[in-house]
Design a protein around this ligand. Structure first.
Ligand SMILES: NC(=O)C1=CN([C@@H]2O[C@H](COP(=O)(O)OP(=O)(O)OC[C@H]3O[C@@H](n4cnc5c(N)ncnc54)[C@H](O)[C@@H]3O)[C@@H](O)[C@H]2O)C=CC1
Ligand SMILES: CC(C)=CCC[C@@H](C)[C@H]1CC[C@H]2C3=C(CC[C@]12C)[C@@]1(C)CCC(=O)C[C@@H]1CC3
Length: 345
């Protein structure tokens, strides 16, 4: 029988614990009796049982203070994909993750759980029910993804049974839920500016949107099942809701739930992609003179108009993963949690 960690004896750290996913993870860990250290460049809340350490993960000395007596580290810090800042992604996701690994070694941490991303294999074209053995994208869709690939490789390569340091990577996709600063706010902003009338393509493309509590569940299972003799060592796992949904149906359900109209008019995918590419090029050329942030980036159009959904069979098999909140319930909870974004609010 598999041995179970006794949470009350365990101290873990969540790097990026002030963020959307990180905070949900911290709350669940506290519920399960873990003592949690949060390490983040900002502190966004307070919670009994949680100690906050404010600092940059590129600073090993600051990290070492937070990792004292910690046996499990969850690394879910990253600059936001929308920042599109190559140097920042390189510094935090690559150099910073190397520093996290070094700090883990020096502090005697036994397990490192990385929040990677399913997009490490996405090149902007259809992905249907992909397993984890799909090769990394040769042409990643943006700098963020480029650095997530290198980050994942680095963490998995650091796994060493001899040195009693085990690592695993979780690849979520399209995380949503209460307090998410990205998905729902971007969507509502686009609706309020009259930009959510159109469906890109035929509207049939299937995508994984994953409720944050399911992603948290996957992380905690991974940490607790990661053992020297388990198949999880140095592996990556897709964690999804296991209910791929039409991208535009999902968007429509959120919009209608918040009182906005669902998109109705179809536009050809290639036309919109071409326009987005042109706008991106213009913004790039004019960068030295003026900073423009177009809503329609080629990356967003690709996300909105292609299939991208992933199999979580490996997580089911190796760690007994099953989503704990089904999609319908997850959408209802999410809509409920944004009263301030309702139409007319
Ligand atoms: N939101 C999504 O749909 C998906 C997210 N992910 C990954 O999940 C993780 C968490 O994402 P979210 O919670 O959505 O992002 P978030 O932006 O809400 O949280 C990231 C946290 O990292 C912190 N951080 C950033 N740079 C830091 C640094 N140099 N030192 C210390 N802390 C730093 C931020 O202050 C923030 O609190 C990220 O690694 C992201 O790549 C993966 C797939 C999908
Ligand atoms: C599944 C997955 C990886 C989701 C990531 C979340 C965001 C990338 C999406 C959240 C809101 C989406 C959105 C668009 C693209 C993708 C998102 C930013 C559009 C810009 C697509 C073109 C439109 O018609 C407007 C959309 C607004 C919302």
């Amino acid at each position: 029988m598999a041995t179970r960690i006794r949470p009350s004896n365990k101290r873990c750290a969540v790097i990026g614990g002030s963020g959307f996913l990180g905070r949900h993870l911290v709350e669940r860990l506290v519920d399960r009796g873990y003592a949690v250290a949060v390490f983040d460049i900002r502190q966004s809340y307070e919670l009994p049982g949680v100690t906050f350490y404010q600092g940059d993960l590129c600073d090993k000395h600051a990290l070492l203070v937070a990792l004292k007596d910690v046996s499990i580290v969850f690394h879910c810090a990253s600059p936001a994909p929308a920042s599109d800042d190559r140097a920042l992604f390189q510094r935090v996701n690559i150099d910073g993750t190397r520093t996290v690994i070094q700090a883990c070694h020096e502090a005697g941490v036994q397990k490192l759980v990385l929040t990677s991303s399913a997009s490490v294999v996405f090149e902007g074209t259809d992905i249907k029910n992909a397993k984890e053995d799909l090769p990394y994208a040769k042409r990643p869709i943006d700098y963020y993804t480029e650095t997530k690939i290198q980050q994942e490789k680095m963490v998995l390569e650091a796994c060493s049974k001899e040195n009693d340091f085990l690592t695993v990577a979780i690849r979520p996709h399209g995380i949503f839920g209460p307090r998410d600063p990205q998905l729902v706010p971007i969507l509502v902003d686009a609706a309020r500016r009259g930009k959510m009338k159109f469906i890109i393509g035929d509207g049939c493309n299937l995508v994984d949107f994953t409720y944050v509590e399911n992603v948290v569940h996957g992380h905690i299972l991974a940490a607790e099942r990661l053992k020297t003799d388990s198949p999880l060592c140095a592996q990556a796992y897709h964690i999804t809701n296991d209910e791929p949904v039409r991208f535009w149906d999902f968007m429509s359900q959120i919009l209608v739930g918040l009182g906005y109209s669902a998109p109705r008019y179809h536009l050809p995918y290639m036309l919109v992609y071409g326009i987005a590419l042109l706008l991106w090029l213009m913004a790039f050329i004019m960068r030295p003179l003026v900073q423009i942030k177009p809503t329609f980036t080629p990356m967003r159009v690709a996300l909105a108009g292609t299939h991208h959904y992933y199999s979580c069979a490996r997580a089911k098999q190796d760690m007994g993963y099953q989503p704990v909140v089904p999609l319908k319930e997850a959408i209802a909870r999410t809509v409920e949690s944004y009263p301030h974004l309702r139409k007319g609010a």
